[in-house]
Design a protein around this ligand. Structure first.
Ligand SMILES: C[S@@+](CC[C@H](N)C(=O)[O-])C[C@H]1O[C@@H](n2cnc3c(N)ncnc32)[C@H](O)[C@@H]1O
Length: 247
C-alpha cells in the first residue's frame, strides 16, 4: 500500500477538509466542488449498470483524486456484512453524501428498498445521478431533509410500524442518538432490526455509544467493530452494529 494511502496527512485533499469542516456541517459539501467532480468521474470512468464498477470508481476517486467522506471500502465491508445479516426488505440511511453507502446497501440486499435522508439538495442530486448510472434509481430514494426538522421528513418517510429492517446512521454526529430516538418513537423498528453507526470514534458520537452500552442486553445488543477512518489505515475508528431486542 502506498504511503499516501496509509497516511492521509500527506494528501492535500485530506488537509483541505480542515478548511471545509464548517462548510460540511452547513452545506454537506467540503466546498471545493469535489463531490460534483466525483459524479463526473464516475459517469465517465465506470460501466453503466455495473454497481461493482461504480463503487470501485468512487473508491478510486477518493484514493487518487480527492478524499471523500464516504464510509469507504474498509468500513464498507463491515456495512455489507451487517446488511446481509439483516437481509432487509426496507433499509433507511441517514446521511447520503454522494450515494456511496446507499449503493453498497442496495448491492448487499438486492431485494431491498433503500431510503436515504440527506440535508443537502445538491448532494441528493449528485447521489441520484450516480444511482441512475449504476442502474438502481428505482430501488433507492433520497429524501431531502432531516429527522430533526419538526416532523416533516419523518412524515414523508412514513414507514409502517415495525417495517424498517436496517438503519445506517452516518450524518451529523450530534444527532445520532436523537434521530435514533425519533425512529424508535415512531415504532419503525422490530425485534431483530439492525442499526449500524459509522464514525463513533472519529469524529465521535459518545452519547450514542454510551446509550448502546447502557442498554446492552436489554433493548440492544451491540458489537463494536474496531476499524479505520475512511480511505487510510492510520486513524482508528469505530463502527457500531446494534441489534434491536425490542422495547
Ligand atoms: C459522512 S457523510 C455520509 C456518507 C455516506 N453515508 C456514504 O458513506 O456514502 C454525511 C452526510 O450527512 C449529511 N447530513 C448532515 N447532517 C444531516 C442531518 N441532520 N440529516 C441528514 N443528513 C445530514 C451531510 O450533508 C453529508 O452529506
Amino acid at each position: 500500500m502506498g504511503l499516501t494511502r496509509r497516511a492521509p496527512f500527506l494528501r492535500w485533499s485530506f488537509l483541505r477538509l480542515a478548511w471545509g469542516a464548517r462548510n460540511i456541517s452547513r452545506t454537506g459539501q467540503i466546498g471545493d466542488g469535489r463531490e460534483a467532480a466525483a459524479a463526473e468521474y464516475v459517469l465517465r470512468e465506470s460501466r453503466p449498470g455495473d454497481i461493482d464498477d461504480v463503487l470501485a470508481a468512487i473508491d478510486r476517486f477518493a484514493y487518487e483524486q480527492s478524499f471523500l467522506i464516504n464510509v469507504g471500502d474498509e468500513k464498507g465491508a463491515l456495512l455489507d456484512a451487517a446488511v446481509q445479516r439483516a437481509n432487509p426488505a426496507v433499509a433507511l440511511e441517514l446521511g447520503t453524501y454522494c450515494g456511496y453507502s446507499a449503493l453498497r446497501i442496495a448491492r448487499a440486499a438486492p431485494a431491498a428498498r433503500v431510503f436515504s435522508v440527506e440535508l443537502s439538495a445538491a448532494n441528493a442530486e449528485i447521489a441520484r445521478r450516480i444511482w441512475a448510472h449504476a442502474g438502481v434509481w428505482d430501488r433507492i430514494t433520497c429524501v431531502v431533509g432531516t429527522l430533526g426538522d419538526g416532523g416533516a421528513t419523518l412524515d414523508t418517510l412514513g414507514f409502517a410500524p415495525g417495517s424498517v429492517d436496517f438503519v445506517f446512521i452516518d450524518h451529523d454526529k450530534s444527532a445520532y442518538l436523537t434521530d435514533l430516538q425519533s425512529i424508535l418513537d415512531r415504532g419503525w423498528l422490530h425485534t431483530g432490526s439492525i442499526v449500524v453507526a459509522d464514525n463513533v470514534r472519529l469524529p465521535g458520537a459518545p452519547k450514542y455509544r454510551a446509550f448502546m452500552k447502557q442498554h446492552e442486553g436489554r433493548s440492544w445488543q451491540t458489537v463494536e467493530h474496531h476499524t479505520h477512518a475512511e480511505y487510510q489505515t492510520l486513524l482508528p475508528d469505530l463502527v457500531l452494529e446494534s441489534q434491536y431486542l425490542g422495547a
